[in-house]
Design a protein around this ligand. Structure first.
Ligand SMILES: Nc1nc2c(ncn2[C@@H]2O[C@H](COP(=O)(O)OP(=O)(O)O)[C@@H](O)[C@H]2O)c(=O)[nH]1
Ligand SMILES: [Mg+2]
Length: 323
């Protein structure tokens, strides 16, 4: 922690504004550590944010999200867009230029000053991952990145708060992701803006494509019909096509004036999500610290007290809110 003294609130904000790699890295580390300096710096920078376009990449573990991001980064760099990547996938983190445990090398990207890649830890954070991801996104946005990719493991609901800030959400599936099809069908998983079926060489890719198509066809109201792209991340096949669809969705949002509207909604949702996460952490801590509140739980368990009475007692004591 001693090292952070070389940045002041002013110099860190200035460094982030200038897109300085060391300042970006430091700011995000401070964000991860819930350091008060990060809070102050993001507060200073916030009025300048809103320029970066955020692309959420979600999907079950192992489908190739990180690999696709790697290929997409290469593609957009060929078009001179500056890029940030925030990955909250603990199963395949990006470290020091490599996709950990994999053949994909991002060393080129790491030497490229216009690319900033960061895996976010899942360490205890009052506002949860939604908070650290949001703050990190704001840092990269203020740092002048044109595009920011947000990678999250998506299985249903937990990731919604992290991905909720993305302008375009890409769901990555691979042949055999039957559970995801069921989750989409049941409405547990939100319909994304673009779908990539990765590992397209797999013999079941076509079946998967048809299944996804049939789920999407159930929703006739939707104005934006999510395009489906078959990809092969390792060979970067159809990656330009995937990117074209992301750009297509962006153009749709911008032409209909929906982007501003969606961002307002997303920001309100993020504030609510982070506040809820903090309230929950506060509640859990308060109960753990207070023998009297713990006793209420015991009483519920022994059926001496009904659950709602315990809830009312706890809320009254912790949040000072009545019925
Ligand atoms: N055959 C094949 N393997 C892939 C493809 N994309 C990713 N993989 C492999 O699938 C595994 C999981 O990839 P990763 O990008 O870490 O998936 P994530 O968990 O969704 O981020 C890795 O071993 C990759 O090498 C692809 O298009 N084809
Ligand atoms: Mg990954």
């Amino acid at each position: 922690m001693a090292a952070r003294r070389d940045f002041t609130r002013e110099s860190l904000a200035a460094g982030v504004r200038a897109g300085d790699r060391r300042a970006l890295a430091r700011a995000i580390t401070l964000v991860e550590n819930s350091d008060p300096l990060a809070y102050e710096v993001v507060r200073d920078l916030y009025p300048e944010t809103g320029r970066a376009y955020a692309v959420g990449i979600t999907g079950p573990p192992g489908v190739g999200k990180s690999s696709l991001i790697s290929a997409l980064v290469r593609h957009v760099r060929d078009h001179d867009r500056s890029v940030g990547v925030i990955s909250v996938d603990p199963s395949s983190p990006f470290t020091q230029g490599a996709l950990l445990g994999d053949r994909i090398r991002l060393t080129d990207h790491f030497l490229d000053p216009e690319v900033f890649i960061r895996s976010m830890g899942t360490r205890g954070h009052l506002g949860g991952l939604a908070e650290s991801t949001l703050q990190a996104l704001l840092v990269l946005d203020a740092g002048g990145k044109d595009l920011v990719f947000l990678e999250t493991v998506g299985t249903g609901q937990g990731e919604v708060e992290v991905i909720g800030i993305a302008d375009t959400v890409v769901l990555v599936l691979m042949p055999g992701s039957g559970d995801s099809i069921q989750a989409l069908k049941a409405g547990i998983m939100e319909i994304p803006d673009v779908i990539a079926i990765n590992k397209m060489d797999h013999p079941a890719a076509k079946t998967m494509l048809n299944e996804v198509r049939s789920v999407l066809s159930l929703d006739k109201e939707r104005v934006w019909k999510p395009p489906i792209v078959l990809t092969e991340a390792m060979r970067a096949e159809h990656v330009p096509e995937l990117w074209e669809q992301v750009e297509g969705h962006r153009a749709f949002l911008e032409s209909e004036g929906l982007l501003e509207e969606q961002r307002r909604k997303n920001l309100a949702g993020e504030v609510f999500a982070v506040a809820s996460a903090r309230a929950k952490a506060h509640l859990e801590q308060a109960v753990a610290d207070d023998p009297e509140l713990r006793r209420l739980l015991d009483e519920v368990q022994s059926r001496a007290l009904d659950p709602l009475t315990a809830v009312r007692e706890i809320l009254r004591k912790v949040f000072k809110v009545g019925d």
